[in-house]
Ligand binder design. Structure first.
Ligand SMILES: Cc1cc2nc3c(=O)[nH]c(=O)nc-3n(C[C@H](O)[C@H](O)[C@H](O)COP(=O)(O)OP(=O)(O)OC[C@H]3O[C@@H](n4cnc5c(N)ncnc54)[C@H](O)[C@@H]3O)c2cc1C
Ligand code: SF4
Ligand code: SF4
Length: 608
């Protein structure tokens, strides 16, 4: 099939692109403003393919300044969209460790002791210290808390109502169509295959969609972006070594909740000092809450789920959450390399937008607005080229899109953020100091730190627990867990002092129950598995099996041969296994041994 523009992924970046583009494709009298070159006589043909079964499934609850979003919708009324509220009150909290199990450095222990001693003089309450000052770069004043799921459904509805763009959910794109160095469109995923991708009953090869321009907005771990990176490489000096897995819940707050809509809480310090938490309050007693486990968290015990429960049980938060109910749950990876992880933004026949193009700003903690803005910038450039009848060459896209992006606030703020988090490579305290320095000096000062791919920095269990649990005991625990099918990280956390989670069946539920209660994993038959182990023999020999220990959905388990078994009915498509492999790929040391390919399914909830 031949179209004018083929788009991959419908997140906020593509929302910005399609909103801006669709408004200009039709003239005021309803006729087409730009004629199709693929189908002369017809209006321009623009198709957008989204992997998830519907628009806005499987993304995240956010707080955003919404500058770019508001520019696209000057009359934006938050009341039009469920689970949306203007930011009303912001707090940043340092959480002390109320259970004594958190792995704290000497400096943090001293700080905790000093805070407890001086608590009567400080803004201290229930083992938490509220920072008296939130630096301007972190503030979201005038912004919005919103459910991206609900917001994207609203955006998708408007784009489709324009009549000038088609959106196809449930349609994963498998690969870019390369013609030499040019991208000539995309290939959709084969249907009617077995789990290895071999033709089965009702086999239908993925259709080729040829397009003059392919717009790639498939997010941080998108397979199309990754294939482009493989083919084109990254610009010199750029790499993608900083990631985080964000796990979140949508919670119905208890009836007597005193939290007002628009409340924004950000936390650090607990359950481990490296883990950041957030709680955003929507209208009608609903909140989105969760945490981020970053790639520089040097622990092989890095499951987000149990940490999330300990975080919720922190006394400062639990008094707001006790009696609440889990409505929805999910996890997703963030690309935190920012500008340093930026790929080539445009090439022959293609352009990249959104988080996969390095737009997320780790200093301001903002990804949605930046993604949206890059989509708008590309649309403005594309309209300019379409009106001038110019082809989508790299040169033209660089001039029309990349130059716009370079001249915008997205670029200016990305430069300030570029070195802001380097200090975290040396620990939490240098990290926080580095962020403060970079933020307050406009990026002129920062603390240095050497970043490494996760597989080069994550210690072994034995090294991590040295002095606390002996190697012999770890070996014994490993054996027992394997024999009883128990999770190793859970057992080790309990052994190292983390209390058992007091399950209540409505908010504190087991990891498996969260999959059932918090949404529905769709994993239709007839498609290849999207998680693939590239070097089974290396996995067999891998002792760490980090991918299993950190899997957000318990979709990876010890397989019979030593290669992890993948159960896609449990996979929430967070993509974190891709960067949480304990070994380097023999052909590319920047990558691990898992490939996260195009696939169907994932956790389905428009509340996320
Ligand atoms: C837990 C969590 C909390 C966050 N909180 C905030 C916050 O408070 N504020 C903020 O500003 N940002 C926040 N972010 C970051 C923000 O969500 C991202 O920066 C933003 O969603 C990026 O938008 P995007 O359009 O580039 O990509 P995405 O939102 O990732 O969208 C990409 C889309 O592409 C689709 N796709 C992928 N592969 C394919 C394929 N092969 N074929 C078809 N479709 C495909 C995906 O299904 C998805 O819909 C948070 C992220 C997480 C995980
Ligand atoms: S994918 Fe990586 S972490 Fe998982 S078993 Fe294989 S080598 Fe080990
Ligand atoms: S297998 Fe699925 S749920 Fe598990 S880490 Fe990978 S993408 Fe996330």
């Amino acid at each position: 099939m031949e179209v004018d523009i083929a788009c991959v992924g419908l997140g906020p970046a593509m929302g910005g692109f399609l909103t801006t583009l669709s408004r200009q494709l039709t003239a005021a009298d309803g006729t087409s403003a730009i004629e199709s070159r693929a189908m002369p006589g017809m209006p321009a043909q623009v198709l957008c393919y989204e992997r998830a079964d519907d628009i806005g499934f499987g993304v995240s609850g956010v707080v955003t300044r919404a500058r770019a979003i508001r520019q696209s919708f000057p009359d934006f009324d938050p009341a039009q969209i469920p689970l949306t509220a203007p930011v009303a009150d912001e707090q940043v909290l340092y959480l002390l460790d109320p259970v004594g199990a958190s792995r704290r450095s000497g400096v943090l222990r001293l700080a905790d002791r000093a805070i407890r001693m001086l608590r009567k003089l400080l803004p201290y309450e229930r083992e938490a210290l509220a920072l008296p000052y939130i630096p301007p770069f972190l503030r979201k004043e005038g912004g919005l808390v919103l459910s991206l799921g609900q917001f994207m459904q609203w955006v998708g509805g408007q784009v489709m109502a324009s009549g000038s763009v088609q959106i196809w959910p449930g349609t994963p794109v498998a690969a870019p169509l390369f013609e030499g160095s040019r991208v000539a469109g995309v290939r959709l995923l084969d249907q009617g295959t077995d789990r290895q991708g071999k033709p089965d009953a009702n086999f239908m090869p993925g259709m080729d969609i040829r397009a003059a321009l392919t717009v790639v907005g498939d997010g941080p771990v998108g397979p199309i972006g990754r294939q482009l990176d493989e083919q084109c490489g990254l610009p010199p000096g750029h790499h993608r070594r900083e990631w985080a897995v964000g796990m979140k819940m949508v919670v119905e707050l208890p009836e007597d909740s005193t939290l007002c809509p628009g409340t924004v809480l950000h936390t650090f310090g607990y359950p481990e000092p490296e883990i950041f938490g957030f709680l955003y309050v929507y209208p009608d007693r609903v909140a989105s809450l969760g945490l981020f486990v970053p790639s520089w968290f040097d622990s092989p015990v890095r499951t987000a789920y149990r940490y999330l429960q300990h975080w919720m049980l922190h006394p400062y938060l639990w008094r707001h959450l006790a009696g609440g109910r889990l409505r929805s749950w999910g996890a997703k990876t963030l690309l935190e390399s920012g500008r340093r992880g930026e790929p080539f933004l445009a090439g022959e026949g293609y352009a990249r937008i959104g988080e996969g193009s390095g737009s997320t700003n780790v200093l301001t903690g903002s990804g949605v607005d930046e993604a949206w803005a890059t989509g708008v910038q590309l649309a403005e450039g594309v309209l300019e080229l379409l009106r001038a009848g110019k082809p989508f060459t790299k040169e033209n896209l660089d001039a029309a899109y990349v130059a716009r992006r370079r001249g915008s606030w997205v670029e200016a703020e990305a430069r300030v953020a570029e070195r802001a988090r380097d200090g975290f490579q040396r620990g939490v305290v240098p990290g926080l100091i580095g962020m403060g320095l970079a933020g307050l000096t406009g990026g002129r000062l920062a603390l240095a730190g050497r970043s490494l791919p996760p597989h080069n920095r994550i210690p072994s269990l034995e090294a991590y627990y040295a002095g606390r649990i002996s190697s012999a005991e770890i070996a014994q625990i490993r054996k027992e867990c394997a024999a009883q099918g128990l999770s190793l990280h859970d057992t080790l956390m309990t052994r190292s002092g983390w209390p058992a989670i007091p399950y209540d069946g409505q908010l504190l539920v087991s990891h498996q129950d969260a999959l059932l209660l918090g949404g529905k994993v769709q994993a239709p038959a007839g498609y290849a598995d999207h998680v693939a182990f590239l070097y089974p023999s290396l996995c067999e020999a891998c002792e760490a099996k980090l991918c299993i220990e950190m899997c957000s959905g318990q979709a990876l388990t010890p397989g019979q041969t030593g290669v992890p078994a993948f159960d896609r009915e449990k996979c929430v498509h967070c993509g974190a296994c891709q960067w949480n492999c304990a070994q380097a790929n023999p052909t590319d040391a920047e990558r691990g041994l898992i490939e996260f390919q195009a696939g169907t399914g994932g956790l389905h909830s428009a509340e996320n």
